[in-house]
Design a protein around this ligand. Structure first.
Ligand code: ADP
Length: 432
């Protein structure tokens, strides 16, 4: 097969090449001359980077030449970007880190808020990458349960970062396959199991508080992380529930910087509600390159994430371990009454608080086929503690042998017997 001719792109200083690559296509990108970065991580010269199912921006501060091999569904150069304001924000945060180091105080605790698809995750990556490039060791907190940029969707996570974020894999390189796959960086993950904080607000708040406790303890013990601070990526909820969650988050994580991305009213509200308590509220513009993702794209991203969790990426392949488990050796748990609709679907005024953190057992059956379950680190079923126990990892149910009362599961960690308590959420995946 002959490879397509590479296409050459010449970028002037402070320009950005925006490309979108479909899931069934692979595109190679090479920086030939100059310097360039992808969401804050610098590209090496004459290295081939491969992308599939991604929407990215290759930004250059001083100009560069790039070669693209393969077909992008969208490709264009933009000369207007908000990158300078993003860099200035980093510089202001870095000044706080310098002061924190001199005075043995805490570094900036930043929370990025805004509606969906304004570039919150991309800005988190940039601010974290810039901090890492200055030898800082910030903690990345991901409260966006719909996406799961660190591990699977449905989780709230905190990851102490020490290595640069990978250009091709994003946060994946540092953590996607962990906790179970033995990555160098271990994210702390709590299982929520729903796409929106509105689906079970009580549980979401409980887990947010638990995660904050763990992060605060880590910051007390780890000086480098303490002075580097944290960056929190949030979900795009900006209604009354969203505001309550933001307020809870500010308190729990002692947030001192709120970045409002691409939303004037939210900025005005955050300033009015939180500035008087000493929180700096910063407004930043949404980049014209941010792409709205439809449900089909989100679903495909989710599938790609699940696949990479078990099989790795083309750069670092994993061989998942298939094992047969007796029904009676495990206990499958679910929060609330399994068959009920989420709270957000209940009529106004109807309360389901009692069941929102109530744990129920689920009988293993054919219904579990193709489910991705979260494996709890808990050794005993004590309520409500089990809800707040962090995760060991995930397994995928590949076969159900109902008559033999057994199931076959895939796990990324060979030789390791999964723990007893497994959380069932709404994640399904048909292995291809
Ligand atoms: P949010 O976290 O607010 O939902 P994201 O940061 O995830 O938004 O961005 C939405 C999509 O747009 C992602 O696929 C991301 O890779 C893409 N994107 C963000 N910024 C740019 C840009 N400058 N050029 C091209 N694509 C971008």
């Amino acid at each position: 097969m002959t490879l397509p001719e590479p296409k050459e792109w010449l970028l002037d200083e402070e320009n950005e090449l925006r490309i979108e690559i479909d899931f069934d296509t692979k595109v190679k990108l090479r920086l030939v001359t100059g310097t360039a970065e992808v969401f804050g991580t610098e590209l090496g010269q004459n290295v081939d980077y491969e992308f599939s199912g991604r929407k990215i921006a290759v930004f250059t501060w001083h100009g560069c030449k790039i070669l693209i091999t393969g077909t992008c569904s969208v490709e264009y150069i933009a000369n207007e970007t908000p990158m300078l304001s993003y860099l200035n924000t980093h510089i202001a945060l870095e000044q706080r880190r310098v002061l924190a180091t001199q005075n043995n105080k805490a570094g900036p605790r930043v929370m990025i808020v805004g509606p969906n698809d304004v570039g919150k995750t991309s800005l988190s990556k940039m601010l974290l990458s810039y901090a890492l490039r200055q030898s800082r060791q910030p903690i990345y907190v991901d409260l966006d349960c719909s996406e799961g940029s660190i591990t699977m969707p449905g989780c709230l996570t905190a990851t102490p970062l020490t290595e640069m974020i990978d250009v091709e894999e994003g946060f994946g390189s540092s953590a996607t396959s962990a906790p179970t796959a033995g990555s160098a960086v271990m994210p702390l993950a709590y299982y929520y199991g729903f796409p929106s904080p509105k689906d079970n607000t009580k549980l979401y708040s409980l887990l947010l508080a638990r995660l904050a406790q763990s992060v605060n303890r880590r910051l007390e013990e780890d000086e480098a992380a303490r002075t580097s601070g944290i960056v929190i990526d949030t979900n795009g909820l900006i209604d009354a529930t969203g505001y309550e969650i933001i307020a809870q988050c500010i308190k729990a994580f002692s947030i001192d910087v709120i970045i409002v991305l691409g939303h004037e009213r939210l900025y005005a509200d955050m300033t009015r509600l939180h500035q008087k308590s000493g929180v700096a509220v910063i407004k930043l513009a949404k980049s014209g390159g941010v792409v709205e993702r439809d449900n089909a794209f989100r679903r495909q991203t989710q599938n790609q994430k699940i696949r990479e969790y078990f099989y790795g990426t083309s750069k670092s392949e994993l061989a998942p371990y298939s094992t047969m488990i007796n029904f009676h050796d495990i206990e499958i748990l679910q929060v609330g009454e399994g068959s009920l609709a989420p709270s957000s679907a209940l009529p106004i005024g109807e309360d389901r608080k009692v069941s929102e953190t109530h744990v129920v057992s689920v009988e293993p059956s054919e219904n579990l086929l193709h489910s991705v379950l979260a494996v709890s680190n808990a050794d005993k079923r004590v309520e409500p503690d089990i809800l707040e126990t962090n995760l060991a990892g995930f397994i995928y149910v590949s076969e159900i042998h109902d008559s033999r009362k057994k199931l076959t599961v895939l796990s990324p960690c060979p030789g390791r017997i999964p723990k007893k308590f497994w959380w069932l959420g709404s994640l399904k995946w048909a292995e291809d």
